[in-house]
Design a protein around this ligand. Structure first.
Ligand code: PRP
Ligand code: URA
Length: 246
């Protein structure tokens, strides 16, 4: 006699065991809500939360940190590409049927905020072959936490492109704000900038969304807040150190 198949657990059931028995989720595992139309948080699937858990864990070594960060970066890039415009495209399939689909319209480029943002370049290249990539070197002063611009090298025709601005950490928002000012000074209209980010602070993202209402933010998670050194909490520590040097 055929046995009845086990029911497939829903995503919510699947993550059940890591949560409290009363069913209430620990607050730090729940991305904070923001009510800005220009801020898009990735779907909070068990897979994404598991990947974030790996990179948040201070016991995670560099090789795993790179591997799991790269997986989240790929999800961010795929979601970011959903925000680019498409036009209708008609094709004929191998069985001679017409299919009315879409294709991307417009030119794009990536711009990484060095150093940590460079970690997101490969994820973009994996999806957009031979994409042009510009660089902006901004460093946060360790004492004051204020961003300082050191260097920029951007495609000459950047004003005609959609720009995917890359930085995994968004704490006070100072570095990203300075990078956006650089892009705007080069003639990139705000609505053609997409900021891709792994973890944002609620205050940073709110200020940014209000200051640049036409720019879109795609982030994996909005965390609880900032500590006294303006590090994101619970956060993951210094992304650049963990990805490149630790
Ligand atoms: C980190 C991070 C952001 C910035 C976020 O870079 O990659 O660029 O801090 O902080 P903010 O939102 O308060 O400006 P950092 O300047 O530490 O340099 P790094 O990329 O070399 O680690
Ligand atoms: N930069 C980081 O790498 N992490 C933070 O939490 C804040 C700034």
């Amino acid at each position: 006699m055929a046995t009845k198949p086990e029911p497939i657990p829903s995503p919510a059931q699947g993550v059940g065991p890591i949560y409290r028995p009363d069913g209430e989720k620990p607050t730090a595992t729940v991305s904070r809500d923001v009510s800005y139309e220009n801020v898009h948080v990735l779907p909070q699937t068990p897979q994404l939360i598991a990947l974030l858990t790996m990179i948040r864990d201070k016991k995670t070594g560099r090789a795993d940190f790179i591997f799991y960060s790269n997986r989240i970066i790929r999800l961010l890039v795929e979601e970011g590409l959903n925000h680019l415009p498409v036009v209708e495209q008609s094709v004929t399939t191998p069985v001679d049927r017409a299919y009315l689909g879409v294709k991307f319209e417009g030119k794009i480029c990536g711009v990484s905020i060095m150093r940590a943002g460079e970690a997101m370049e490969q994820g973009l290249r994996d999806c957009c072959r031979s994409v042009r990539i510009g660089k902006i070197l901004i460093q946060r002063d360790e004492e004051t936490c204020m961003p300082k611009l050191f260097y920029e090298k951007l495609p000459a025709d950047i004003a005609e492109r959609w720009v995917l601005l890359l930085d995994p950490m968004f704490a006070t928002g100072g570095s990203a704000t300075l990078a956006v000012e650089v892009l705007k000074n080069k003639g990139v209209p705000e609505h053609r900038i997409l900021f891709l980010n792994l973890i944002a602070s609620p205050s940073g993202v709110a200020e940014f969304a209000e200051r640049f209402p036409k720019l879109r933010v795609v982030t994996a998670f909005i965390d609880q807040g900032l500590d006294e050194k303006k590090y994101i909490t619970p956060g993951l520590g210094d992304f650049g150190d963990r990805y490149y040097t630790l």
